[in-house]
Design a binder for this molecule. Sequence first.
Ligand code: FMN
Length: 177
Amino acid sequence: MGKVGESHSFSADSSSGGSAGGKTAIVFYSLSGNTKKVAEEIRRQTGGDLFEIRTAEPYPQSYTRVTELVQEQRGSGTLPDVQPMPIRLGDYDTLFIGSPIWYGDSALPLQKWLEENSLAGKKVAAFFTSGGSSTAGAMADLRGRVKGAKMSEGLWILDARSKNVSRKVTDWLGRIR
Ligand SMILES: Cc1cc2nc3c(=O)[nH]c(=O)nc-3n(C[C@H](O)[C@H](O)[C@H](O)COP(=O)(O)O)c2cc1C
C-alpha cells in the first residue's frame, strides 16, 4: 500500500525528518472506489498526504462473495491483514480516516490498520460512504478504536459520485477546523 499520487517522493519526505507533526494525512480504505473519491477531494482541499490501506489478500471481485467473506470475518472476529504502509505518523498531527460502511460499522481493513497504529494525541476526523446506513454506529465504534485522539464530527457521504461531494467536503472542513 502506498502513498497515492503524491507530488514529492516518499524518500524526500522521509529525509525532511525530525519535524514533530504539523502535517495532515488522509488514510482511507475503499473497496469499490467511492470512499477513495471522497479521500481525493479531501486531499485536494487540504493539501494533505494521501495513503490507501490495502488488504494483503484482495477481497473477491463478486459482491456476493465479498459480503459472505466479510460476514464470516465479522462472525469469527477476524480482521484481514493489511499491507505495510509507508506513513511516518510522527510527521502528522491531523489525520482524516475514511472507510465505507460495512454492516453499520467501519470496514474491517481500517479497523485492522487502527489496531496496528496508535493515533493517540492526534486530531482525527472520520469520513464514510454508504449505500444508506448512517454513520452513527461506525462513529461510536471508531471512538473506541482511536483512544487518546481528539475526534471531530464525522462526514457521511451517501452518493460519492454526486457533484455535491466537493461542497460537502468544503462545508465539513469549515465546521471542524
Ligand atoms: C461488505 C459490505 C457491507 C456493506 N454494508 C453496508 C451497510 O451496512 N449499510 C450501507 O448503507 N451500505 C453498506 N455497504 C455499501 C457500501 O457502504 C457503499 O457502497 C460504499 O460507498 C462503498 O465504498 P467503497 O466504494 O469505498 O468501497 C456495504 C458494502 C459491502 C461491500
